[in-house]
Design a protein around this ligand. Structure first.
Ligand code: ADP
Length: 208
């Protein structure tokens, strides 16, 4: 069932720590970055996904193939390099095949994070797709050094440690794909109050 947020603070997004993130022992570092900004972890599991889980995940959005192909071409052209093909769909099908191999190569951690603007905040912390050009200060910019060019040379997926949903709609579909309702927990944490309470006037005074 789709989770319909009633307030900004209820927005949810899906994050997957990919197999390289686990092998690089970055689980705590990655989770810490989402946690320290004020987001709340409402679902988490470790698993080795099936090929079917992964290919369905990337094709939940009918426009993904075209978009990923176009973005890859731009990644080459912007650096004055020649893309492997000028057909976005041809590139995208090759990327999908490599992604299935990458994400089924070992355990991953799927997580659901909740909080105001969760989708955009998580994307900002995660950084752009290509680690070579993703911003310093982001997970992909700080902890890994892959590029479109190197992944093309070695005919493999870009290793960029995490997946993060790209839009609220994508997040809803992806959460439903990876989690059942029972696996997501609705709860409060103390910091919710300082982040979201409209009135902070009860901070001063005696502990009751
Ligand atoms: P993001 O994960 O940043 O939302 P996309 O949805 O465009 O990026 O792509 C999904 C994943 O596919 C990327 O995170 C990356 O691991 C891989 N990928 C994307 N483009 C390429 C490419 N040109 N070559 C190899 N792998 C790619």
């Amino acid at each position: 069932m789709t989770h319909t947020p009633t307030h900004h603070k209820d927005e949810r997004t899906l994050v997957i720590i990919k197999p390289d993130g686990i092998q690089r022992t970055l689980i705590g570092e990655i989770i810490g970055r989402y946690e320290r900004i004020g987001l709340k972890l409402v679902g988490m599991k470790l698993m080795v996904p099936t090929e079917d889980m992964v290919s369905k995940h990337y094709t939940l959005d009918a426009g993904w193939l075209q978009a990923v192909g176009e973005k890859s071409i731009k990644g080459f052209v912007d650096k004055g390099q020649t893309p492997p093909s000028t057909d976005p769909l041809e590139i995208a099908h090759s990327i999908l095949g490599r992604l299935v191999k990458y994400l089924t190569s070992g355990p991953v951690i799927a997580m659901v994070w909740q909080g105001a603007h969760a989708v955009k905040i998580v994307r900002k912390i995660t950084g752009g797709t290509e680690p070579l050009t993703s911003d310093v200060g982001t997970i992909r910019g700080d902890f890994v050094l892959d590029s479109y060019q190197m992944s093309e040379t070695d005919n493999r997926s870009i290793r960029n440690l995490v997946h993060a949903s790209g839009s609220v709609k994508e997040a809803e579909d992806e959460i439903e794909h990876w989690f059942t309702d029972e696996e997501l927990v609705d709860y409060s944490i103390v910091s919710d109050k300082i982040l979201y309470a409209p009135d902070m006037s009860d901070i001063l005074g005696k502990v009751k």
